[in-house]
Design a protein around this ligand. Structure first.
Ligand code: 13P
Length: 255
C-alpha cells in the first residue's frame, strides 16, 4: 500500500460523460455499494450526466460516495437556456463539479478565463471544483506541455477557488487507450505542484490533491498510483462498469 503523502487523502472519481440511462445508473450505484468496504480509505465521487443526478443522489445518499455535476454556468441564475447553475447542483446534493474538462474546452470553446469564473461560481455555491488541465498531442510534440499547463492553472486559480482538486488529463490519453507512462504523468504532476507552491505557498501546495486522468484501467492503476504526486484518478470509460471501477479502486494501492 502506498504511504499517504502529506495529508492528501486519495480520491478516485468517475466521469460518466454522456453515457448511461437512469436504470443503468441505479444498477451501477447498487453494485458499487455492494463491492465497497464500509469505510474505504479512498474518497469516491461520481460525475453523472445532469438527468441522472436525482437517481444517483437517491441511490448514494447515506453512502461514502459523493456526486457532482460535469459542468456549471459561471452565473448564479439567469436567461441561459440549457445551462445548469451551481445553486441547482447544490440543490440536488452535489458537493463537487468538474471545471475545464478538455471536452468542454474543445467542444464548447471554453476559455481559460471562463474556467476560472466557473471555479469561482462553484465555490460560491459550496461546491468543490475539480479543475482539469492538460495538453493536446500537438502541444506536447512541440514542447509546450508545461507552458500550456501553467497557463491553464493560472487562469483556473485566478479567483483562488479554495479548496479545489486538480486533475491532469493529457488530451491525447483521453479515450484513446494510450495512457501516459507513470514517469511522464509524475513529471507533469510534480511540475503542477511546484507551480502551486509558487502561487499558494509550498505548505498549501503539498496538501492539494492532483489526480491523473486518461485511459486509467484496473490494469494500470497500480503503477500510476505508486507515483509520489499522483493522488488519485479521474476515470472515463472504465468508470461505466462497477466491476472495472471498483477494480481500479482496489488495484490503485491507495488502500
Ligand atoms: P478515459 O478514462 O475514457 O480516457 O477518459 C478520461 C477522462 O476524460 C475523465 O474525465
Amino acid at each position: 500500500m502506498k504511504e499517504p503523502q502529506s495529508g492528501r487523502r486519495p480520491l478516485i472519481a468517475a466521469n460518466w460523460k454522456m453515457h448511461l440511462l437512469r436504470q443503468d445508473a441505479s444498477g451501477f450505484c447498487r453494485t458499487l455499494r455492494s463491492l465497497l468496504p464500509s469505510s474505504p480509505n479512498v474518497e469516491l465521487v461520481i460525475f453523472p450526466g445532469f438527468t441522472l443526478l436525482p437517481t444517483v443522489a437517491q441511490e448514494l445518499v447515506g453512502s461514502t460516495v459523493a456526486w457532482g455535476g460535469q459542468d456549471l454556468h459561471q452565473e448564479a441564475k439567469g436567461a441561459h437556456t440549457g445551462d445548469v447553475s451551481g445553486e441547482q447542483l447544490a440543490d440536488i446534493g452535489c458537493s463537487w463539479v468538474l471545471c475545464g474538462h478538455s471536452e468542454r474546452r474543445q467542444n464548447h470553446r471554453e476559455s481559460d478565463r471562463l474556467v476560472g469564473e466557473k471555479a469561482l461560481s462553484a465555490r460560491r455555491h459550496g461546491l468543490q471544483p475539480l479543475l482539469c488541465v492538460g495538453e493536446t498531442s500537438e502541444e506536447r510534440q512541440s514542447g509546450r506541455t508545461f507552458e500550456v499547463l501553467d497557463r491553464q492553472l493560472e487562469a483556473a486559480l485566478a479567483h483562488r477557488p479554495q479548496p479545489f482538486v486538480l486533475a491532469y488529463e493529457p488530451v491525447w490519453a483521453i479515450g484513446t487507450g494510450e495512457t501516459a507512462t507513470p514517469a511522464l504523468a509524475q513529471k507533469a504532476h510534480e511540475h503542477l505542484r511546484m507551480r502551486l507552491g509558487e502561487t499558494l505557498g509550498k505548505a498549501w501546495a503539498d496538501e492539494v490533491r492532483i489526480l491523473y486522468g486518461g485511459s486509467v484501467k484496473p490494469g494500470n492503476a497500480a503503477e500510476l498510483g505508486a507515483e509520489k504526486d499522483i493522488d488519485g484518478f479521474l476515470v472515463g470509460g472504465a468508470s461505466l462498469d462497477p466491476a472495472s471501477f471498483s477494480g481500479i479502486i482496489s488495484n490503485s494501492g491507495f488502500g
